[in-house]
Design a protein around this ligand. Structure first.
Ligand code: TYD
Length: 140
């Protein structure tokens, strides 16, 4: 069962297919995530004390999985914020549209993999926090 943080932001458990050899997780577009996966990117080799993100997306849907290591993600819907600790490969954080997010506390071995429903498009980003709060208040 997902743990809802905001209406389009939640933590989802991922099914682990394990046997005596170890574990395996499969994420299929349209099944395990509710969209066809258009893009996968991953953040790794993050330098100490680096903070990333500091933006929201107007339309993009993303699921973030901390495949190795750990980090924290601060999520903000324009009126409330929560900090989520990610540190297991069998859990995905849904970052839907209009969720401001900031990532920090990356462990040196952190690999943060993100599945997205669209190709990279800078026009979809809101990088100014005040502009984000106004847009969120207007229902985008
Ligand atoms: P950026 O969005 O600033 O990273 P973060 O929000 O995690 O701090 O992206 C860093 C750079 O990588 C920027 O020049 C845009 C580029 N980029 C792509 O070309 N494609 C992608 O899918 C992403 C996420 C970033």
């Amino acid at each position: 069962m997902p743990v809802e943080i905001f209406p389009n932001c939640a933590l989802y458990p991922l099914d682990v297919l394990g046997d005596e050899r170890g574990s395996l997780i499969a994420i299929e577009g349209g099944r395990d995530v509710p969209f066809e996966i258009a893009r996968v990117y991953y953040i790794f080799g993050t330098q100490p004390d680096v903070e990333r993100g500091f933006h929201a997306h107007r339309d993009l849907n993303q699921y973030a999985v901390c495949v190795t290591g750990s980090c924290t993600v601060m999520v903000d819907n324009g009126s409330e914020r929560r900090t989520i600790a990610l540190g297991r490969p069998d859990e995905a954080l849904r970052l839907g549209p209009m969720i401001w997010h900031e990532m920090r506390d990356f462990s040196p071995d952190c690999v943060l993999m993100v599945l997205a429903d669209a190709h990279y498009e800078e026009a979809d980003y809101i990088r100014d926090y005040d502009q984000f709060v106004v847009a969120a208040g207007l229902g985008r």
